[in-house]
Write a protein of this length. Structure first.
Length: 135
């Protein structure tokens, strides 16, 4: 019964050590997936260990493993959410600035072409956010 909590602890330690550098959104999403897998493993181990032969100490250890894995996942999800919000804010700011600074001598089709990339950045950030929200 003690093997699974040890595996979860090792996984959590490796995740915390990797936090020393500044990961980007892709790495943060991968960390969230790893943390999710660690939680799933901890929950499965807890489910298996909860039987009539379990001691109170083993039950407490299972609970602690789930608690630690949940805390790691919760933090990882907060980071992914912050990444998505930052990307959307950045895309919006770029578009807003581009519209504010548009050359008044451009024709409407020229202005539209000039702003198209900025709108596409907002759309990409919106889609990434939508994927996270499972909308």
């Amino acid at each position: 019964h003690l093997v699974i909590p040890s595996i979860v602890a090792a996984t959590l330690l490796s995740l915390s050590l990797s936090a020393c550098s500044s990961p980007g959104p892709t790495e943060n999403a991968a960390s969230a997936c790893t943390a999710y897998e660690a939680l799933a493993t901890a929950v499965s181990a807890a489910k298996i260990s909860l039987d009539s032969s379990s001691t109170l100490e083993e039950i407490g250890e299972s609970r602690d493993a789930v608690k630690d894995a949940y805390a790691e996942l919760s933090g990882a999800l907060d980071t992914v959410s912050a990444d998505r919000q930052a990307a959307l804010k950045s895309a919006w700011t770029e578009f807003d600035t581009a519209v504010s600074n548009i050359d008044e001598n451009l024709t409407v089709p020229e202005a539209a072409r000039e702003l198209r990339d900025d709108v596409l950045k907002i759309e990409a950030a919106q889609q990434a956010l939508e994927e996270d929200l499972s909308c």
